[in-house]
Design a binder for this molecule. Structure first.
Ligand code: GLA
Length: 739
């Protein structure tokens, strides 16, 4: 299908260069008035703030709320052209949320503003990069422009603090890595792909011609196949005369294939390119294969809830050889339940059979003090539903986790994040759920029956990050209430505790520890194992003392969002924590940004397929808890395959519990490596804009030159590692195992 349309008016000749502009200071006022966003507003009476420090250090100590920064910049006149270059605006980090405008037009934002009817959501630790297209009518070429940054500070320090702000011309690739909204994608050539029911991929390639002089030629779509290295012509249009304002769209359907790139060309010039979603994980066999960890830690007498994770045709019959006294297995759904009273190691064989065969796996129950012997794997409501979470939405993802077969790969936690709490306690001080969660105990029972586990969220402060009730002063009541509901996991989020902490004279480590140690003591008194997950964004190097407060996981960073910048900043900065990881002690660089995410307003993750492979590979190497952040009921085949590769997940669930370290860096190439039970797991990552060929520096990494290598995503032996060159795409990776 192909169409030609005529749509726009502004057409230019040549795009010209501009000089990079850099700003250390901006005009500043607390408060907010829509008038302050406009170009014409007179800000001469406003004072100037340094953009490298928060406003708290510049006369606005402890100011929380809204404020506006204004930066005036000139753009050159366009000689013989109506279209300037696309602009990339870099703002650094902003505490906590921002909305950004150019000449009064909104171009993007991160985090949330309560003042706008939303809720205050902090994105304080994320770099902001926004783009404006060169033909955006909001831009004033040959005149003065105003960049207005509206900031919302929820608590603690506030404002822009990571300057200078820069504005420069950019390429399409830069635009793809911005984390603001884009100027107006309707003004660009682009290719967009989506999965069709049945697994084929449909791509719509749209070419938009904006030059004043018409041009004659054909539009060609090429497919460059990675595996074969061959370029195939997919489509060639009839000869066209593209005139200013014409738009040309063609749609194509691709069969499921390996990694390939679609390139749209006109008169020998590349107009747009995209890598459609591609599946690497081979199809699971019909015979039962038992996946998941090899160990399960449980405390004496605590309930065991473990579903045998087996892929293959259903129905399946499950059994266990050598099951210790106190445990039983449901032969129909494979759920092992009960409890073991005596400490010790209990070795069993898990079994699953169907009409096609039988799968077996050696497995150990470790009854003792330690739990979460491998990183927790499951789902959390935050990255998809934010504060709009409901019990129905939680059930929908839990059900889809089972129906789609993610539970066959060891996914088991269903964690409710913020916004389940009622706005007041009952007379006895007991915390209640709000109307969105009519029966949380029933939800817990249903999850447990199905071999899933339930997680909950609270804060050691008086309120949570979403301004719901926190546990301050009610720690015991809350832990007991959660245990009575059947809670198996607690995420305990600092937020409201900031107020208590700020009022202290002594802000030493013991004060960071205090609220977390208090809750951990009470959790341990409950008659069930509750995985304890600290969320305080890495303050005071939490990884150095997380295990001391008896936590199993601790967030090491601020909140993640679904952009390459955020993924890169968070994932690749985990360079010092690896020494602290061990079975039952996990560094947590935040939840997964795969599938449909959006903190209440769902959209497809803005990560490209290559970036998503990088995301999962790195999180597995880092032995991070894996918490799916999307609505699983809307999960596509690509995302399912990304999360159900047994060899990749085995890197995360490895029994040694090591965390990978960065062992090699050469420009944009980074190699991360960790010991696993049967060799070394290695990730080769390309953080740069162009693909790169990499050979693994075996000698420098102390590896045997005779090592053989396996490609874990493709589940394929590659032979002697020394002979291999890996063609690593931009923002992509290879995940390997060396033996
Ligand atoms: C903080 C946390 C998030 C989420 C929200 C809930 O921002 O870091 O992961 O739990 O609070 O309000």
């Amino acid at each position: 299908m192909a169409t030609v349309l005529l749509i726009f008016a502004a057409c230019g000749r040549e795009v010209q260069e501009i000089e990079k502009m850099s700003f250390d200071f901006a005009k500043f006022s607390t408060g907010y008035d829509p008038e302050w966003l406009s170009t014409g507003f007179d800000d001469s009476a406003w004072e100037e703030l340094n953009l490298r420090e928060t406003w708290d250090t510049q006369g606005y100590d402890k100011y929380d709320g809204e404020a506006v920064y204004r930066i005036r910049f000139d753009l050159p006149a366009l000689s013989g052209s109506d279209r300037g270059p696309d602009l990339l605006i870099y703002l650094g980090k902003i505490d906590d949320a921002d909305k950004v405008y150019v000449n009064g037009k909104y171009i993007g934002g991160n985090g949330g503003f309560k003042g706008d009817g939303g809720s205050d959501i902090s994105f304080w630790d994320i770099d902001r990069t926004y783009a404006v297209y060169g033909n955006d009518p909001a831009l004033n070429w040959g005149g003065s422009n105003v960049l207005a940054i509206r900031v919302n500070d929820k608590e603690l320090e506030g404002g822009m603090y990571d300057g200078p702000v820069t504005i420069e011309a950019c390429t399409e690739k830069d635009i793809a890595s911005t984390n603001g909204l884009l100027g107006d994608p309707a003004k660009r050539h682009h290719i967009a792909c989506q999965e069709l029911p049945g697994g084929k991929i449909r791509c719509d390639a749209t070419v938009r011609y904006y030059l004043r002089e018409p041009a004659k030629g054909r539009i060609t779509l090429l497919l460059k196949d990675d595996e074969t290295g061959k370029t195939k012509k997919l489509f060639k249009s009839e000869p066209l005369e593209l005139s200013c304002g014409s738009e040309y769209t063609t749609s194509l359907t691709l069969d499921e294939a390996g990694r390939a790139e679609i390139i749209a060309m006109f008169k020998g010039k590349v107009l747009a390119r995209i890598v459609p979603p591609y599946i690497l994980t081979p199809k699971a066999p019909a015979e039962p294969v038992i996946n998941g960890p090899k160990v399960y830690g449980v405390r004496p007498g605590s309930p065991v809830i473990f579903k045998i994770p087996a892929s293959g045709d259903k129905p399946m019959a499950y059994s266990v050889e050598g099951l210790p006294k106190g445990l039983e297995v449901n032969p129909d759904n494979g759920v092992i339940s009960g409890s073991i009273l005596m400490e010790g190691n209990y070795d069993v064989t898990l079994k699953a059979s169907n009409g096609k065969g039988e799968g077996r796996k050696a497995f150990r129950f470790v009854v003792g003090d330690a739990i979460a012997l491998t990183p927790p794997m499951g789902w959390n409501s935050w990255n998809c539903w934010g504060l709009t979470v409901t019990q129905d939405k939680v059930m929908a993802s839990a059900k889809a986790m089972m129906d789609k077969g993610l539970t066959d790969y060891g996914w088991s936690y269903i964690n409710i994040d913020d916004a389940w709490e009622a706005d007041r306690r009952d007379k006895s001080g007991k915390i209640l759920t709000n109307e969105k969660f009519p029966d949380i105990k029933g939800l817990g029972d249903w999850l447990h029956y199905n071999g899933l586990k339930m997680g909950i969220y609270s804060s050691p402060g008086d309120e949570t990050c979403g301004h719901y009730l926190g546990s301050l002063g009610h720690e015991r009541e809350d832990a007991e209430t959660w245990a009575s509901w059947g809670v198996d996991y607690l995420k305990y989020d600092w937020c409201g505790y900031g107020k208590v902490f700020n009022a202290l004279d002594n802000k030493g480590r013991e004060e960071y520890i205090r609220p977390y140690a208090l809750m951990s003591k009470i959790l341990r008194e409950q008659k069930r194992d509750i995985v304890y997950s600290l969320c305080q964004y890495g303050m005071d190097n939490v990884w150095e003392w997380g295990a001391e407060v008896d936590a199993q996981c601790w967030r090491t960073t601020g909140d993640i969002t679904d952009t390459w910048n955020s993924l890169k900043e968070i994932g690749f900065s985990q360079t010092v924590q690896h020494e602290y990881a061990a079975p039952g002690r996990w560094n947590d660089p935040d939840m997964l940004i795969v599938g449909k995410v959006g903190w209440g307003a769902l959209h497809d993750s803005r990560l490209t397929p290559d970036e998503l492979y990088t995301h999962i590979s790195l999180w597995c190497l880092l032995s991070s808890p894996l918490l799916i952040g999307c609505d699983i009921s809307q999960m596509d085949r690509f995302t399912f395959n990304l999360l159900s590769n047994p060899e990749v997940l085995a890197v995360n669930q490895d029994v040694l519990g090591k965390q990978a370290a960065k062992v090699w860096e050469d420009g944009d190439i980074q190699i991360w490596m960790k010991d696993v039970e049967d060799g070394k797991a290695i990730g080769v990552f390309n953080l740069g804009r162009d693909s790169r060929s990499v050979t693994i520096p075996l000698k420098e990494l102390g590896l045997d030159e005779k090592s053989s290598v396996r490609d874990l995503w493709r589940c394929r032996e590659l032979g002697r590692c020394a002979k291999k060159t890996f063609e690593v795409p931009s923002h992509g990776c290879f995940l390997l195992k060396l033996k």
